[in-house]
Design a protein around this ligand. Structure first.
Ligand SMILES: Nc1nc2c(ncn2[C@@H]2O[C@H](COP(=O)(O)OP(=O)(O)OP(=O)(O)O)[C@@H](O)[C@H]2O)c(=O)[nH]1
Ligand SMILES: [Mg+2]
Length: 419
């Protein structure tokens, strides 16, 4: 039961900085006062419990854009920042980003309130007021805003079960799941019919919860016997456990003790989870005859006790209503935190020049970033770029590679004649 959907996100571009000069009465020549552009809005994804599936993104919008930053204005006025956009997903959603050779995991939102940034807004460009220097007091250049990040994301929902059905093999776990939900697991009278956890959604009035069958537990399960650990790990995520017993077993009580022992050995947290004890198969006359005896023995345990027939559904609605009630009283693990995405960046950038035909290709993200912000038609901006290239070591790297003025140089998507 995995839910997957692909969406596109585009953060807002930064607003451009503007070129403007103060104009005042009786002042023959005012200084530069062009303000900076606003930053583009970023896009976040937030785990929210009001969402239970990704269905909304199958049926509705699949492309999300955040607002752009507004351009700067006169009197050094900063343009308005674009507002951020938050996309809601259910807890349990994995977020992958498409990259050239596959996908990379950006975040695993397991708990309510976790939030991750998936596309950063572009920063606003500087207005001309920023470029005034003692030598150039009237700069006629400003920066363009930086483009907002864009990405294609794959959202994948791992359904986290609220409630797990545990118990020995063949006690009727699949039958109970089928009786309470629309899930249709395989049911048969040999052990380990169910080989992986199976989930179903149970509706009780207006409420619903996710119920999972945890495959049969036997002695040694914590050591990997039977079907092993994986399922116990699955049970760790649930909030309530239904401990199902076969009323026709030689000793339902020792079955229960054995399973509880396995839970404790695997993880004490698991053993401490709220349990409901359920004796199943009461439609069988020999089981019905034992009810009061079992009731007495099992009453020692503090867990609520139920008798059901998963086969005829007798007692099942009452059990599910109690589960619902118990879920309300068991606090959900809540931890609001902002996840940071780890993207390693080289500490100090090296400028690498390669030659393709008669074009000098410069690899330098910093230089590319600078060019993206500049208006190459503007002579002042070109002078500024030349100065910055000298500082970044781009000019010397090109010279070393044998480039001469008049040659063609390429930075990412931008190609230019070297002046
Ligand atoms: N009479 C009776 N038989 C039942 C009841 N519940 C389950 N069974 C039978 O018990 C056998 C095992 O049922 P399953 O639901 O497959 O049991 P399980 O616990 O899922 O078993 P595994 O997945 O193999 O561990 C099947 O033959 C069912 O028909 C019940 O309430 N009454
Ligand atoms: Mg089963």
């Amino acid at each position: 039961m995995i839910d997957r959907v692909k969406i596109d996100v585009k953060a807002g571009d930064g607003g451009r900085g503007v070129i403007s000069f103060r104009r005042e009465k009786f002042v023959p020549f005012g200084g530069p006062d062009g303000g900076d552009g606003g930053h583009g809005g970023s896009i976040f994804i937030l785990a929210d419990r009001s969402m239970t599936t990704l269905l909304k993104y199958y049926q509705g919008k699949r492309r999300f854009t955040a607002d752009e930053g507004i351009k700067g204005a006169r009197k050094k006025m900063h343009g308005k920042n674009g507002s951020d956009l938050t996309i809601m997903v259910p807890p349990g959603t994995l977020i992958f980003k498409e990259i050239d050779d596959g996908t990379e995991l950006l975040a695993d939102l397991t708990a309510e309130g976790q939030k991750v940034i998936v596309a950063r807004g572009g920063s606003g460009g500087y207005g001309n007021a920023r470029f005034a220097t003692p030598v150039n007091q009237a700069p006629r250049m400003a920066e363009k805003g930086v483009a907002g990040e864009e990405a294609t994301l794959l959202l994948e929902l791992k359904l986290i079960a609220d409630v797990g059905i545990i118990g020995c093999p063949s006690v009727g776990k699949s039958t109970l799941l089928a009786a309470a939900s629309a899930a249709r697991p395989k049911i048969a009278d040999y052990p380990f019919t169910t080989k992986e956890p199976i989930l179903g959604v149970v509706a009780v009035g207006q409420r619903s919860f996710v119920l999972a069958e945890i495959p049969g537990l036997i002695e040694g399960a914590h050591l990997g016997m039977g079907l092993g650990h994986d399922f116990l790990r699955h049970a760790e995520r649930t909030r309530v456990l239904i401990h199902l017993l076969d009323g026709s077993s030689a000793s339902p009580i020792s079955d229960m003790k054995q399973v509880n022992n396995e839970l404790a050995l695997f993880n004490p947290v698991l053993a401490a989870k709220a349990q409901l004890v359920v004796v199943n198969k009461i439609d069988l006359p020999e089981v019905r005859a034992r009810i009061s005896e079992l009731e007495k023995e099992l009453a020692q345990d503090e867990a609520p006790l139920f008798f059901t027939s998963a086969a005829t559904t007798e007692g099942v609605p009452q059990l599910m209503a109690k589960v619902c009630e118990l879920l309300d009283s068991v606090a959900t693990p809540q931890q609001a935190e902002v996840l940071t995405v780890f993207r390693p960046q080289p500490k100090k950038e090296r400028v690498v020049v390669s030659i393709e035909g008669d074009i000098f290709v410069v690899s330098s993200p910093r230089a590319e970033k600078l060019l993206a912000r500049m208006d190459l038609e503007n002579p002042e901006a070109r002078t500024y770029i030349r100065q910055q290239f000298a500082r970044m070591g781009v000019a010397s790297a090109l010279k070393k590679a044998g480039m001469k003025p008049g040659d063609t140089v390429r930075f990412g998507k931008v190609q230019m004649l070297w002046e």
